[in-house]
Design a protein around this ligand. Structure first.
Ligand code: SF4
Ligand code: MG
Length: 316
């Protein structure tokens, strides 16, 4: 499979006064294959959004390397930077905060078209209508303002804006978390249909595994700025290896009441530690039911425990 995004040892640390650092992303390595959806999951504060923003170059990485379409994204300039800005787009969690309330929907969607001077006049209008149709809205919506739309519709506008300049790769940062449960599935369907039609690759960020289950080909699980486990969706659900993944999965209710009644729940102790003061060794050890002596001393490396199934845990 062809690799579109190759992330090697990516770190993003923030200075928080004195010599204290917030290690939001602390050395993660993973690849995204062209045309797939990689789900990225973890509790809030684990570094998912920072990962997305660093990949799309809203933040400069502290360390590590990002290769997109075979090219390092470090120090991109001129034409290469413009091309990158078209090829990778982001859809944000809060579809209201990310849309300028004083711009019409048509102008919001056409922002990238205008920046990159792709179309003007009647062609531009035609393209905006085409994009509105692609996300299930209609041409008369172009002259309206964001506040006139529901949450789900606003997220459709955000998606149309991302699509406008024909990207290859979309980072969707919790795009359905703020939506009513009843519209979440519709927006996920929209993402899936657009992926098929346009051959898009997605990094789909979510805070729980239930949300990414149906859309992801593979899933990465993050904890405190590190990658705990990464494998195919099928393997992750059927055979989770990392104790953190196991606990996340055990928290998802199972529709079958018989299974639900008899299975074992893993209740985690305590809270996620502060990324300002992470535990020594394995970041999960303060909550892990299997923690051993070595876990406090040595940070487990990510290993390929089974084919295409990577885990960072001393049990393997
Ligand atoms: Fe638990 Fe140790 Fe594995 Fe960390 S390395 S997840 S503490 S068993
Ligand atoms: Mg976030």
């Amino acid at each position: 499979n062809d690799i579109i995004l190759d992330v090697k040892g990516l770190k993003k640390h923030f200075d928080v006064g004195g010599d204290r650092k917030l290690k939001a992303v602390d050395g993660i390595t993973f690849q995204v294959r062209r045309g797939e959806t990689l789900g990225l999951v973890g509790e809030s504060g684990c570094g998912k959004s920072t990962t997305g923003k660093t990949l799309i170059r809203l933040y400069d990485p502290t360390d590590g390397e990002v290769i997109f379409n075979g090219k390092s994204t470090k120090n991109l300039k001129g034409k290469d930077a413009l091309k990158f800005n078209r090829d990778m787009q982001m859809v944000f969690q809060d579809p209201y905060a990310s849309l300028n309330p004083r711009m019409t929907v048509g102008d919001i969607i056409a922002e990238g078209i205008d920046i990159h001077k792709l179309y003007s006049g009647a062609k531009r209008k035609e393209r905006v209508n085409e994009l509105l149709a692609a996300v299930g809205l209609n041409p008369e919506h172009a002259g309206r303002f964001p506040h006139e739309f529901s949450g789900g519709q606003r997220q459709r506008i955000g998606i149309a804006r991302a699509l406008a300049i024909e990207p290859q790769f979309i980072i969707a940062d919790e795009p359905i978390s703020a939506l009513d449960v009843s519209v979440q599935a519709q927006v996920v369907n929209l993402f899936q249909n657009l992926q098929k039609e346009h051959g898009l690759t997605y990094l789909f960020i979510a805070h729980d595994l239930a949300m990414v289950k149906h859309i992801s080909d593979r899933i990465g699980v993050m904890y405190l700025g590190k990658m705990a486990e990464i494998t195919t969706s099928a393997a992750l659900y059927a055979d989770p290896l990392h104790p953190y993944t196991q606990s996340l999965l055990s928290a998802i209710p199972i529709p079958d009441p018989e299974v639900e009644r008899t299975r074992e729940r893993i209740i985690l102790q305590g809270e996620v530690p502060s990324p300002l003061n992470p535990p020594s060794g394995c970041p999960f050890r303060t909550r892990c039911p299997h923690a051993m002596q070595v876990c406090a001393e040595v940070m487990p490396e990510m290993i390929e425990a089974k084919p295409d199934h990577y885990v960072a845990c001393h049990l393997y």
